[in-house]
Design a protein around this ligand. Structure first.
Ligand SMILES: [Zn+2]
Ligand SMILES: [Zn+2]
Length: 144
């Protein structure tokens, strides 16, 4: 199955927008049969007006480059964390959760904290194991 870029008409404004092959593939991989009804600008506006902060406007990808230039080949994917649509330079796979740049940054921070905590826990376990062994050897546990 192959996809080609298609021009669609926006429902909210007179603009035409490109439904890229990558997006079409993404939609069909998600089992979505409907084409997007709004252009990226209107989609963004709708998001913004529905409580999203304006700082959430993507500064990358099709949205940012929208305005006549041909978008780079990017794949649209839903962030596995915040469910925001994001764009990734690789083909999203079901076994590999996609994260938007925000969540990716947070994830990395969390991973670092987690790794540090795990190291600490491991050290504590080793210390605890050492103590238990010593207690066993000294017969502490047999004394009641
Ligand atoms: Zn529009
Ligand atoms: Zn996200």
């Amino acid at each position: 199955m192959s996809f080609t870029d298609r021009k669609l008409k926006c429902r909210d404004c007179p603009d035409e927008f490109t439904f890229t092959a990558g997006e079409q593939e993404f939609y069909s991989s998600k089992g979505l049969e409907h084409d997007p009804v709004r252009c990226p600008n209107c989609r963004q506006q709708k998001k913004t007006s529905s409580g999203m902060e304006s700082t959430d406007i993507p500064r990358y990808g099709v949205y940012a480059s929208y305005g006549g230039r041909t978008p780079r080949q990017l794949f649209v994917a839903e962030c596995g964390q915040c469910k925001k649509l994001t764009e990734v330079p690789f083909r999203p796979r079901d076994d590999r959760p996609v994260l938007c740049s925000d969540c990716y940054g947070e994830q990395r921070k969390r991973d670092e904290v987690l790794a540090a905590a795990e190291e600490e826990a491991a050290a504590a376990r080793i210390a605890a194991a050492g103590r238990t062994k010593t207690e066993l050897e000294s017969g502490d546990l047999d004394r009641e």
